[in-house]
Design a protein around this ligand. Structure first.
Ligand code: IPD
Ligand code: CA
Ligand code: CA
Length: 277
């Protein structure tokens, strides 16, 4: 059995069963998601809180219901945090943290950057995760102490030592001021770096683990967008900020994940807002 980073083994928990379930349920949910995606013209798109850019459809809700039912059937003692359905049993040792569709704006507009993300936190620590991207037939997955993979291929963070040596993923939201984002972009470009945003924070996090991006900064993001990917980044030798400080699990925080050789440089470009409120 694997141990946590603090060396503590989660005694009495069937990790293999949970890792296997995360992978298979993510893949099946992604397959169901594709059925909605190919007939997306029929979907009624709604807007959350009056924000025209924050969209959702019945596909998000139905996929979350599916994932939650599958997990509850197998692990009735576990807790749950989902973007669409809320929380349950947050005092449990194991808490599933899931985003049924990450990249919904892409999904409803016919852009291929969306995925299903299922992460598991055990006793407060991100422990395993699976991210299924059906448009590219990729299943990213990781479990503490066992490495990170895309399908069966091991993942390794980029060897970059300077931001000019690769592309950095970025993201932002109108929920937090642009003063937490624009100076970072300016600094990155001043250093000879370059950025991209693909619309899925979960995929960009996984891409850092895969060495496709050298880093990824988002000025405010939720735990269901990144928990699964954070395990992958860690297992691939990357670094991340203290995302779960304060109310991060339920209310989100800024996120920085990066290859080890550029983490400090990127953190410097973000500035003190990375780990302050
Ligand atoms: C969003 C995506 C996007 C990120 C936002 C997230 P959603 O998730 O991950 O890339 O910039 O912060 O909310 O709404 O597509 O599930
Ligand atoms: Ca999301
Ligand atoms: Ca979502």
């Amino acid at each position: 059995m694997t141990t946590t980073s603090t060396g503590v083994t989660p005694a009495g928990l069937d990790i293999d069963a949970r890792y296997s379930a995360a992978k298979s349920i993510a893949q099946e949910a992604a397959r169901l998601g594709m059925e909605y995606y190919i007939r997306r013209e029929d979907l009624e798109v709604m807007h959350k809180g009056g924000n025209r850019q924050d969209v959702v459809s019945i596909a998000d809700k139905n996929l979350e219901d599916y994932i939650r039912a599958q997990l509850t059937e197998r692990f009735p003692e576990d807790g749950f945090i989902g973007e669409e359905g809320g929380t349950a049993d947050l005092g449990a040792r194991c808490i599933w943290v899931i985003d049924p569709i990450d990249g919904t704006a892409c999904f409803v507009n016919g852009l291929h950057n969306w995925c299903v993300s299922i992460g598991l936190m055990i006793e407060g620590e991100p422990y395993l995760g699976a991210i299924a991207d059906p448009n590219h037939n990729e299943l990213f997955h990781a479990c503490l102490g066992r490495g990170a993979f895309v399908n069966e291929t091991p993942l390794k963070a980029h060897p970059a030592q300077h931001v000019r040596e690769g592309v950095t993923g970025v993201g932002t939201t109108h929920r937090r001021g642009k003063e937490n984002f624009i100076p970072f972009l300016t600094g990155l470009l001043n250093e000879g770096g370059m950025f991209m945003r693909n619309g899925s924070g979960a995929l960009m996090t996984a891409y850092v683990a895969a060495g496709r991006l050298i880093g990824y900064y988002e000025s405010l993001i939720n735990s269901w967008d990144c928990l699964a990917g954070l395990v992958m980044v860690k297992e691939a030798g990357g670094r991340h900020n203290d995302f779960f400080r304060g109310e991060g699990l339920l209310e989100g925080n800024p996120l920085l994940v990066a290859a080890p050789g550029v983490y400090e440089q990127l953190a410097g470009l973000v500035g003190p807002s990375l780990d302050s409120d």
